[in-house]
Every structure is written in C-alpha cells, then in structure tokens.
Design a protein around this ligand. Sequence first.
Ligand code: SF4
Ligand code: SF4
Length: 428
Amino acid sequence: MSYEVTLEDFRPMQERCSNCLGCKFVPFEKIKSNRFGRNCPSVWYYNFNTYSARGRFQLGQVLLDDLVAFEGETPDIVFNCQSCGACDVSCKVTRFNLEPLAHNIALKERAVALGKAPERLRAAADHLAVEKTMLPGAKQSERAKWAEGLGLKDLTKESAEYAFFPGCAYAYDPGLRDKARAWATALRKAGVDIGYMGAADLCCGGRAKQMGFKDAFEKEAALNYKALSGAGVKTVVTPCSDCYHALKRQYAFIGLNIKVIHAAELLAERLERGGFAFEKRVDMTVTYHDPCHLGRLGEAFVPWDGKEKKVLNQIHTWEPARPRYAGTHGVYDAPRRILAAISGLCLVEMERIRENSWCCGAGGGCGLFNAEFSGAVASERVTEAQSTGADAIVTLCPWCETNLRGAEADNGVSMKVVDLIDLVARAM
Ligand code: SF4
Ligand code: SF4
C-alpha cells in the first residue's frame, strides 16, 4: 500500500500562506497572557522566522524553485520541528484550510530522501528495520517482557475483544513498563476483555512518520496491520498517544483501517457505565498536559478524493469540501472525566490546553538529536504547569512523561510528573 504526497503537492498552499503569522501564537481569542501566548516551540526557541510554519512554507517554495539547496542550515531548520501541529490549529483559525504540519513533514521526507537526516534519526530508522522499534538498544526478543506474569491472552493463539497495544516506550523502558502493566490490570478490573500480541507485537511506526521516514513507516504499518488482522483483532486499545495517532490517523491515510481506542477513553466509558468505581481518595492538586498526538492530532482521518478549484478565478475552494482538521475533536474529555471521578483530586488547568496545548518537547524525534531544544521546550511547559500551583503534572503519553520529568521551570525547580494510570492505580 502506498500513498504519495510530496513537497510539490504543497505548492498551492505555500503560495496561499498569507504571512499573517498566526501560526506563531495561540489563536488570539484563546490567549490568556502574554507569558504563555506562544504556540510554536521551534520559532519560540530559535527566534527566527524560517523556523515557523510560515517560514517553512517559504523554505519549501525556494527549495522547489532550486533557489536554495538542502545544505548548510537547511536540514537543521527542517528537522528542528516537533511535528506537534500547534501551527496547524492556529493557521486554520486565520486561513481556511492550509496544512502547515503536513507540509513540515513533507519537508522532512524530502530531506530523508536526499540523505540529509540527522545521524541519530537515521540510526533510529535503521534500528526500526532490524528490531522493530526506534528505541536505541531495544531488542524485539525482549518486547513482551512487560507482560510477564500478567496471564494476558496471547492473541496469536486465542481471541479477545480488544488487543492491548502498549507501544515501544511502555514495552521497553524499565521505568515505564509498570505503567503498561497497570493499564492492563485496570482495564481487566473494569471488565474489559483484553489480550496482546505476545512475541508478535510490533512498533506502530508513527514516530518514523513524524521524523520524515515515510518508507520505514509504511513498511512497519503494513507489517503491523498484517499481524493484527491475521490474529483477527477487531479493536486495538492503547495507552500510548503516539500509537493512538498512528493507528487512527496515519494508518487510515494509507488505507489500513484499524479500529483504535485510547485506554483512557475505554476506562472512562466503563467507569460511567458502572462496571467499577474508585474506592480510595487521592488528595492532590494536579494539572493535565494534553499530549499533541492524543489531543489536536487525535482526530479521525476522513477520506477525501476531490479537486481544488477557483471561484471567479480568484477564490480557492475544493469540491467536494475538504476535511478540516482543526484539532477540536481530539481526546480531551476522557482523561479529565477520570480525574474528576477520583475523590480528593483537584484539577487546575494550564493556560495552553486542549487543541492549543504546548508540546512537551519530545515530538518529531527532536529529543533524540537535539536535547537542548527538547529540554527548553519541556522547561517552558513545566514553568506553565508550576504557575497553576499544582503538585504534579498528569499526562497520558510515555514520551511526554519522560521528557517533562526532570525538566526545570524558569525558577530552576522541577515538578512531579505522573501518568494518569498512576493515579488510577492509587484510587482503585
Ligand atoms: S509542528 Fe510544532 S514545532 Fe513544527 S512548526 Fe508547527 S508549531 Fe512549530
Ligand atoms: S497562520 Fe497559516 S497563513 Fe498565516 S502565516 Fe502561518 S502558515 Fe501562513
């Protein structure tokens, strides 16, 4: 299965970008303070227009026109984008339906094709081809270790209503494995019939796509799809935000349709259905960090096969109407409903939330090759979280959790970072 969207396909969007610079800020009507009004980690950190979505559209244009080459600082600009999509949401408020995020990724794909990806990203993609994960040093033979002793059904031998898909970070990281176990345990306590793919479990490939390794993503997606459909899996449940986005949106984009639900959505549903209840208090004030790939990028893919046209030789439009991903239909309420159901727990919100959430800094593989940039973005989020007066940051993504943990706010103080499942396990 293959799909082709190349840099050339974005030329009309490059030309239609109005230089309004809305992509650098939270949509104006949603800004609550000057301090936390920015949305693009890349242009915020580098403070140079080419790092913004607008600048990237211009860069794409001059690359297509052969006015600059993929040399010097160009690959650096292209890859120091978190693929977080905040620009995409803000752009849709100011222009009708441009897609700066897809364009940013097309730039990365062009750079990968020309052999211009940073060495560490290339090594991660090579590792994916061999060990079915981009995590350095991780081995496919150890993938199922996280589930040892849980007695989960092996879906290659028996069936279950849901396939629990932990994702690489939860499966391999010794500091995160317990969370995958806790999610599986909580779902079973809530009466959900789950199994897992055992030794046949694979990487979703989503992070490869974010980094511009389109072929590697397609290869992994095809393998994964074959394994899951071969085992008769009807619905995947995952605790990982990146896997959720990959399976729901990126797979559908290339014609591989897998039904997927995030573990928090399923748990919230069972909680409200009355299958189980929280029994213990958790006295804590927390703030919730919306992961980009679960929130604004977690909207379902809508197939579209239409044409661009001009009205009165002036106004661009599409026939039929083209889907518009504005980020408002991501997964925002399920985790907040779970937090609200835990007695003693108080949620205080940050300024940048839901579709306007600030990225954790681990997006697009930036954490793999530019720790300084990635760390600064995380520090900015911790500063914002600290301003709420919360005791801890709660999130629902292993990459966010790892990147935010240890990051210091402007005052040099870090914050406790927990996965939602840590609080669920304490309350059950
Ligand atoms: S995807 Fe994120 S980091 Fe990249 S240009 Fe857009 S807002 Fe900036
Ligand atoms: S918000 Fe959209 S139209 Fe405006 S400058 Fe940014 S990319 Fe261009």
